[in-house]
Design a binder for this molecule. Structure first.
Ligand SMILES: Cc1cc2nc3c(=O)[nH]c(=O)nc-3n(C[C@H](O)[C@H](O)[C@H](O)COP(=O)(O)OP(=O)(O)OC[C@H]3O[C@@H](n4cnc5c(N)ncnc54)[C@H](O)[C@@H]3O)c2cc1C
Length: 263
């Protein structure tokens, strides 16, 4: 099966180089990267694992930055999920298929202007924002970076140390890099101390808590917004942003927000 897929020339066979389990169902894994595999921070790859009759392919956002040697992905095991039932069993040294092309339009270059970048994520939707934050360009393009990560339980707040490190040591030599603030929210665990809030992103947007925690207002003039993860959160947030006069970026029309639904 693998030989037939590779013979079509659309994919390469990569090796799993490491795995880290954050919880029983949340994992980070890295793979080898083909020398000519290129992507922009915020894009996703298509990964394939051999199933019973054919390979099963799924989209996975890159967590690694474009300049890094390996590819890194952050995933959740979906109960009964076709792909993730196979992913659960993989170990370092195992093989995984990678489509040669990278995909997606949730990239910083979609914004022509703006001072502040808000990255709103649920669950594993934080992955592409880590890639964006590991890339120097975003630190040079904006003044303020606000990363919002909403999960059910505090144990699902992965990548905290890495994000705190990025906030302290931005990956750029620019004289005045943007400042990063990480705002976490849990929907089933209570808030602890700011900036860890409690509640859904949409609730925090409606009641003003998000802006209070971020210390800057969300406005059409200064804010650019990326939304990633749960499609319900994206749909509802899109509606709230519309009410404030913000519009999605279209191919020929500059806007204030871009989105990536995970299902
Ligand atoms: C553009 C894009 C990028 C993606 N990037 C990632 C990523 O970086 N990490 C990742 O874990 N998944 C990501 N996904 C989702 C991923 O492609 C698969 O849907 C997921 O791995 C489940 O596959 P499965 O075959 O195991 O489950 P399926 O049998 O395909 O079940 C799909 C169902 O699982 C649930 N589900 C799927 N993805 C998630 C998720 N991330 N969090 C919570 N519930 C989910 C939804 O209820 C969905 O209806 C992305 C999807 C898209 C479209």
């Amino acid at each position: 099966m693998i030989d037939d897929i590779l013979a079509k020339g659309k994919s390469t066979l990569e090796t799993i180089t490491s795995m880290h389990w954050w919880t029983e169902s949340l994992l980070t894994f890295t793979t080898t990267r083909p020398p000519n595999y290129s992507f922009v921070a915020g894009q996703y790859a298509r990964l394939g694992l051999p199933g019973e009759h054919d390979a099963i392919w799924r989209a996975y956002s890159m967590v690694s930055a474009p300049h890094e040697e390996q590819l890194e992905f952050y995933g959740i095991l979906v109960p009964g999920g076709l792909f993730t039932s196979l992913l659960k069993e993989i170990k370092p040294g195992d093989r995984i298929l990678l489509e040669k092309q990278s995909f997606g339009f949730m990239t910083v270059d979609r914004f022509e202007d703006g001072d502040d970048l808000w990255m709103l994520s649920t669950g594993t939707g934080i992955g592409p924002f880590i890639s964006i934050l590991r890339d120097p360009s975003v630190w040079e393009k904006f003044r303020h970076l606000r990363l919002v990560h909403c999960v059910r339980h505090a144990t699902e707040l992965s990548y905290q140390t890495q994000l705190t490190d990025l906030a302290r040591n931005p990956p750029t030599n620019a004289p005045f890099p943007a400042t990063l603030q990480i705002i976490q929210s849990t929907t089933r665990d209570p808030a602890v101390a700011p900036p860890r809030l409690s509640g859904r992103i949409t609730t925090l947007l409606e009641n003003g808590e998000l802006e209070r925690a971020g210390g800057i207002p969300l406005t059409e003039k200064s804010s650019r917004i990326m939304l990633c993860g749960n499609p319900e959160m994206i749909e509802e947030t899109r509606r709230l942003l519309h009410q404030r006069g913000l519009r999605p970026c279209r191919r020929a029309l500059p806007g204030q927000f871009v989105t990536e639904n995970y299902w």
